[in-house]
Design a protein around this ligand. Structure first.
Ligand code: FPP
Length: 279
């Protein structure tokens, strides 16, 4: 079956008007991260091999990149292969790597033409040299692009990323370039694979599962989480827009209080101070 390609030109950037009208362009998330889940179940429902689910999942990746680019989103991070996914059958791992290479090979021109910057997020050691070469080629060819930042997490684990960051901090301390008391959140953040990206505002997970699965553990501290029952291969523009609309309806407080209730807190505090103390 011929695989469809990213197509930003054909529809002239047309998106679902009704859903689009409910989005506030001024309050778009700067960074959306996605746990793409449900490829296996999608295939099982059709009595197809799991690999067919991943192939359909790769088409959903193309649709999602198209939608993100059309919406003018700043940053999209897709979880394609975790450090734990090596436990899957050898043929399935091979198929996933092949799909990734096929994606990068076929879409490189589109990424370049549409000002999309591609980057790998994850441990590069452990990846086959041919996969790594394809990744580096795509990173190099798109590194000057200033539009959508497309990050694909491959051989990625949130704990592994923190271990790698700790090692790099320890190396600096050992070399005398950093004192232990100088280690703070900024120092650690600067050592993460995502050091050049804003933290995700929105984390989407498909297929109804409610786990984080070792994804961006540090970065999602204040992300809004949106879970959809849609299986990843069925994830379409409408699902993406629905996630963004749901995100815009959330009340983000980052551990503080809403502006309106902040006013109430101040009034209450003032009242408390004015109240007779009795002593
Ligand atoms: C989870 O579904 C999905 C994955 C482990 C791989 C995601 C890969 C793709 C979407 C295709 C290739 C990627 C790119 C970037 C072209 P699952 O297999 O765990 O599904 P299940 O939970 O239903 O079994």
């Amino acid at each position: 079956m011929a695989m469809r390609r990213i197509d930003l030109a054909k529809t002239g950037g047309k998106l679902d008007e009704a859903l689009l009208s409910r989005l506030d362009p001024a309050r778009m998330p700067a960074h959306v991260a996605v746990i793409m889940d449900g490829n296996g179940r999608w295939a099982a429902q059709r009595k197809l091999p799991r690999i067919a689910g991943h192939r359909a999942g790769a088409d959903a990746v193309r649709r999602t990149v198209e939608t993100a680019a059309r919406l003018g989103l700043g940053c999209l991070t897709l979880y394609a292969f975790s450090t734990e996914n090596w436990k899957r059958p050898r043929l399935e791992v091979r198929a996933l790597m092949d799909l990734l290479m096929e994606f990068l090979r076929k879409e490189l021109k589109t990424l370049r033409d549409n000002n999309i910057r591609f980057r790998l997020i994850g441990r590069s050691d452990g990846l086959h040299i041919s996969v790594l070469e394809q990744i580096r080629r795509a990173e190099l060819a798109t590194m000057q692009n200033t539009g959508l930042r497309l990050n694909i997490a491959i051989n990625y684990g949130g704990r592994a990323e923190l271990v790698d960051a700790c090692r790099r901090v320890a190396e600096e301390v050992a070399a005398g370039r950093l004192r232990p008391e100088e280690i703070n959140e900024q120092v650690i953040q600067a050592k993460l694979y995502t050091h050049m990206l804003p933290d995700p505002d929105l984390l989407v997970r498909t297929s109804g599962e409610t786990r984080i699965s070792n994804f961006l553990l540090w970065q999602i501290a204040y992300s809004e989480i949106y879970i959809t029952e849609t299986l990843w291969p069925d994830f379409c523009e409408r699902d993406f827009l629905s996630a963004l609309i749901a995100y815009q309806q959330r009340d983000r407080r980052f551990g503080g209080v809403r502006e309106a209730s902040q006013g109430l807190t101040l009034e209450w505090n003032a009242g408390e101070r004015l109240a007779p103390t009795g002593d």
